[in-house]
Design a protein around this ligand. Structure first.
Ligand code: HEM
Length: 185
């Protein structure tokens, strides 16, 4: 495994803790804002080959998010990040226990911030044939996820992420957002 090139995913590998989380979630009569803390563990899986052509470097992750107000877990997410070096593409598959799955993707061509940290962007929309969303009939009808975008900035033992999940819920379009700053522990 030591010779696998995880590309922009390299600096993610490890266990991260963050105390600055802010979640903005939908309510029938408006919005709720939930401060949170979390642990995200990214583990190197290895590499896979698809159709004897596509080589992916694969990282598995588990994200456990707790409300600051009571310490209860209120978001539990898992999936994979995959790097296709030949295509210069990052892929992010995720599942959440609301019967919603996302396969997001994005190009990576060496983007860095002013401190030299890696910037990763992926996105999916329900009507995109490639990077898309699968959800249960109930969610499709009542709380449909129509879009997802996720930006990570990682390097030097620090990570910041911001994600926006666009929902069609309670008769309106709602931008459900989550962001946090994490430290490699
Ligand atoms: C740190 C990450 C996240 C946190 C802390 C979080 C938290 C929440 C909270 C508190 C609600 C409101 C639940 C309620 O009203 O009882 C909610 C709703 C929802 N979230 Fe998230 N969420 C996160 C990420 C995501 C992601 C990545 C997706 C999907 C791609 C997602 C999909 C949904 C959906 C579909 C709902 C509507 C269900 C409802 O309000 O009844 N969330 N989320």
């Amino acid at each position: 495994m030591s010779d696998i090139n995880f590309g922009p995913l390299t600096n993610l590998i490890g266990t991260w803790k963050g105390e600055d989380g802010v979640d903005v979630a939908p309510e029938p009569d408006g919005t709720e804002t939930n401060p949170y803390f979390e642990t995200i563990t990214y583990s190197a899986v290895g590499d896979v080959t698809n159709a004897e052509q596509q080589n992916l470097a694969v990282v598995h992750y588990r994200q456990i998010v707790r409300r600051k107000s009571d310490g209860d877990v209120f978001h539990d997410e898992t999936g994979y990040w995959m790097w296709d070096q030949d295509a210069g593409v990052v892929m992010h598959s995720l599942v959440i226990p609301r019967a919603v799955c996302v396969l997001a993707g994005g190009k990576y061509a060496g983007e860095k911030d002013s401190e030299g940290r890696t910037i990763i962007n992926v996105a999916a929309t329900a009507d995109d044939p490639n990077w898309t969303i699968i959800q249960s009939p109930f969610m499709e009808k009542n709380a449909s996820t129509t879009g997802f975008r996720h930006k990570i900035i990682v390097g030097d033992g620090k990570m910041t992420y911001a994600e926006t999940t666009t929902l069609d819920i309670y008769g309106k379009v709602f931008e459900h957002t989550d962001q946090n700053n994490l430290i490699l522990s």
